[in-house]
Ligand binder design. Structure first.
Ligand SMILES: [Zn+2]
Ligand SMILES: [Zn+2]
Length: 357
């Protein structure tokens, strides 16, 4: 099999050729049909995240072993099943089935995994981060229960739901359902995640005001059905947001995660409001502790999403016929140039790699 791996943090991806693995135990071997290129792959390849205040999160210290095949937004076609892959919860998958792969896999043995939040396991085995992912022509999945039906979506359309899709859906699910249905939500950042959030929220029956400092991205959000858009850099951004909402703002989701966006979100919330931070841009804010009790504000982080949420999302996508986000495809051998273009802000929507067979 062929894969494009991080052989050294910060260095270009390197092509590897290895024997195609045979599935053992409950494993399933799939041929990769589509592998989304995600913004977090830029951080993984670089080997670090900026945590603010000069602190950095080091991927090597976090347990990422090189060489690593990245790629956590993968759709594949089942090729072979391990001898025990047919057990309960396997969903009866068989060779030839096309499936979206849930990548945020945990240890499977701890209490967090037992309650279904494998994405929060402290011994993660996430595909494309700790175990080999989809920047390859084949991929091994530990158990068939991580495989989801894509209905009549194309592999390239379905792939991004494993990361940007479930990430935005999980953030939305952290809001009170009554708020989600009745109140406009403020979405900060009109990049891939923000637009995905807007389309999913609309499919759930909600409305959103979208904030971005880039006028072009605000236009795209407006065309995608935002209630209103606001320039986050405007001096009166808070007033504009409150005017657009036509009432108090109960919830904001920050897909940027920069000091300016988090601060704007906190400033616009009403008493009892909630801010969900998803973006990993980096930096820090100063928060007066009394504002938490006095304004009864909830500040919550959200990291990808769990398997049940991805199942719910795929059911919603099939039912509501969500308008697909713009997707462009490239050959697997262009993995490195796709990553660089994403890093330099040259990509609109999602880029998906497709190996040639
Ligand atoms: Zn991702
Ligand atoms: Zn676990």
């Amino acid at each position: 099999m062929i894969s494009y791996d991080v052989a050294r943090f910060g260095a270009p991806l390197q092509r590897f050729e290895r024997p195609t693995p045979q599935p053992t135990g409950s494993e399933v071997l799939l041929k990769v049909l589509a592998a989304g290129v995600c913004h977090s792959d830029i951080h993984i390849r670089s080997g670090e995240y900026d945590l603010g205040g000069g602190k950095r999160l080091n991927m090597g210290e976090r347990g990422v072993k090189l060489p690593l095949t990245m790629g956590h937004e993968t759709v594949g076609e089942v090729v072979a099943l391990g001898p025990n892959a047919d057990g309960p919860n396997a969903g009866g998958v068989k060779p030839g089935d096309r499936r979206l792969i849930y990548p945020w896999i945990g240890c499977g043995a701890c209490s967090v995994c037992a309650r279904g939040d494998e994405n929060l396991c402290t011994k993660p085995r996430s595909l494309g981060v700790f175990l080999p992912g989809g920047y390859a022509d084949h991929i091994v999945v530990p158990h068939a229960r991580y495989l989801l039906d894509i209905g009549d979506l194309t592999p390239a359309q379905a792939a991004p739901y494993a990361c940007s899709g479930v990430t935005t859906y999980s953030a939305l699910r952290k809001l009170d359902p009554a708020v989600l249905e009745r109140e406009p939500i403020v979405i900060l950042g009109a990049g891939g995640l923000g637009l995905m959030c807007l389309t999913i929220l609309k499919a759930m029956g909600g409305r959103a005001i979208v904030v971005d400092i880039d006028a072009k991205k605000r236009d795209v959000a407006q065309q995608a059905g935002a209630l209103a858009t606001v320039d986050g850099a405007a001096r009166d951004a808070v007033q504009q947001l409150q005017a657009a909402a036509g009432g108090p703002i109960w919830a904001a989701i920050d897909f940027v995660g920069a000091p300016a966006t988090a601060q704007l979100a906190l400033d616009c919330l009403v008493k009892g409001g909630k801010l969900i931070v998803v973006g990993l841009f980096g930096g820090q804010i100063t928060l007066g502790l009394p504002t938490l009790p006095l304004r009864a504000i909830t500040l919550q982080g959200s990291y990808v999403g769990n398997l049940a949420e991805l199942r719910e999302l795929m059911a919603l996508v099939r039912r509501a016929r969500i308008a697909p986000i713009p997707i462009s495809t490239r050959g697997l051998e262009e993995a490195q140039s796709a990553l660089l273009d994403l890093e330099h802000g040259k990509l609109i929507g999602r880029t998906v790699l497709q190996p040639a067979f």
